[in-house]
Design a protein around this ligand. Structure first.
Ligand code: AMP
Length: 422
């Protein structure tokens, strides 16, 4: 009979990969707590209509959608924001603002699989609802920075932009919203020529001039944008907002190196600041987010300013591996308990349980192997100690402990065993 493989784009993560991903999940959760974000757990399957409401066209086309056995049209979540917006307009509606909400889990998109791009992947999602102040935007960027720092990632960079700049230009040039969305989508993919084809000559000139505004650092870029957009009121106020956010983030101890005047992100719901995170080892973004002041309204809630971000945890894990970051910090010794004969089995099991209660990772020999075979296997798997439970030692309240790397052995009182091994 043939064996089975995972579905295309889905992966099995074995020990080392699973450990790295778990580490990144832990760091996200830890950081959420440090910034006062409360964790919520929402379903993986959501009504199609909810997800359809305001995800970008691009994501909408890549959702896993099916009919359940009750005839409901449902989808696997392609991101968390819609689920959190659902909560904000229902069960969390009356909670005092600001709301700081964290979630982590797998999300699903029918993307073309390649390195760092999967159909099932993990996101840590942070939403901060109720503030329109630049401090809130800065807080979310500083949070992203902390997640990566705490995960021990090195050399990561933040790219910052503001959709209000491009939208400000487009609306002053009389471009209607659907075309604006299409232009931003093309610009997100750096398909500038295709984007500019969608607008008239004068608008095209302004947009293509935006490509020339990069300065030697972020504050010079912001100054260039300010000067260039003097006659575009809305775009100009977006630049001022961007400038105050960048200043706050810098003051918070996190340097913004790259302000990108033509930065756009695929999701249509952004209304303000947007950002993405990169490392030199990978071309794809590790995470990103931005401000979306209209989203809660779209879901039938009261107008609520909000800012959020999603970290792509598989990509952070990949980046850590490509930087050879050592993440294992569990210094505890690993032990195996081996009874010499059947008659010592129950005593040996009790000893194993006591070690586990003392937080010592302990395996129990369950293969019924002879001592030499069991020790050979423990050596091969680089365990630290073998606790050998034999009749003679037991009679004196002791066991034999082998240090497997040093190849030494001593007898130790059972009462003192946990203390000696920890
Ligand atoms: P988005 O929700 O599109 O803003 O994506 C947020 C983050 O999720 C991205 O920056 C990536 O790190 C990650 N991400 C998006 N799509 C994928 C994918 N197909 N595979 C792995 N990670 C992804």
């Amino acid at each position: 009979m043939s064996t089975f493989q995972p579905v295309r784009g889905m992966r099995d993560l074995l020990a080392a990969d699973a450990e790295t991903l778990s580490h990144v999940i832990d760091k996200s959760r830890e950081t959420a707590e440090l910034f006062g974000f409360a964790e919520v757990i929402t379903p993986i399957v959501e009504p199609f209509e909810l997800l359809n409401a305001k995800s970008g066209e691009e994501i909408r086309q890549r959702m896993f959608t099916f009919e359940d056995m009750g005839g409901r049209k449902v989808s696997l979540r392609p991101e968390f924001t819609a689920s959190i917006a659902r909560l904000a307009t229902t069960s969390m509606k009356n909670e005092p603002k600001p709301l700081r909400v964290f979630s982590v889990g797998s999300v699903y998109r029918y993307d073309e699989p390649q390195k760092g791009r999967y159909r099932e992947f993990w996101q840590a999602n942070f939403e901060l609802m109720g503030s329109n102040q630049p401090e809130a935007d800065a807080e979310v960027i500083l949070l992203a920075n902390s997640v990566l720092k705490r995960a021990k990632l090195k050399d990561f960079r933040i790219k910052l932009g503001h959709v209000g700049v491009l939208r400000g230009i487009l609306s002053q040039e009389g471009v209607e919203e659907n075309t604006q969305n299409a232009v931003l989508q093309k610009m997100d993919k750096k398909e500038y020529e295709k984007a500019f084809e969608l607008v008239d000559d004068s608008c095209r000139r302004v947009l293509s001039g935006m490509l020339e505004l990069n300065g030697k650092d972020s504050s010079e870029t912001v100054d260039n944008m300010r000067n260039y957009l003097k006659t575009y009121n809305k775009a100009l106020s977006a630049v001022e907002n961007l400038s105050s956010i960048a200043k706050l983030v810098n003051e918070g101890g996190c340097e913004i190196e790259n302000v990108d005047p033509v930065f756009a992100r695929g999701l249509e719901y952004y209304t303000g600041m947007i950002f993405e995170l990169y490392v030199p080892q990978l071309e794809i973004a590790l995470g990103g987010g931005g401000r979306y002041d209209k989203l809660i309204e779209v879901f039938g809630g009261q107008s609520t300013p909000a800012v959020g971000m999603a970290m792509g945890l598989d990509r952070v894990a990949l980046a850590l591996q490509s930087q050879n970051v050592v993440i294992k910090n569990d210094q505890r010794k690993r032990v195996i308990v081996i009874p010499i004969k059947d008659t010592q089995k129950s005593q040996a099991l009790k000893i194993a349980q006591r070690l586990r209660e003392a937080d010592i990772p302990t395996e129990f020999e369950i293969m019924g192997r002879k001592m030499t075979k069991a020790l050979e296997d423990a050596n091969k798997r680089q365990l630290d100690y073998a606790v050998i439970v034999g009749e003679r030692e037991l009679a004196n309240g002791k066991v034999t402990v082998k240090n497997l790397s040093k190849r030494t052995q001593t007898e130790i009182d059972i009462e003192k065993l946990a203390e000696k091994l920890s």
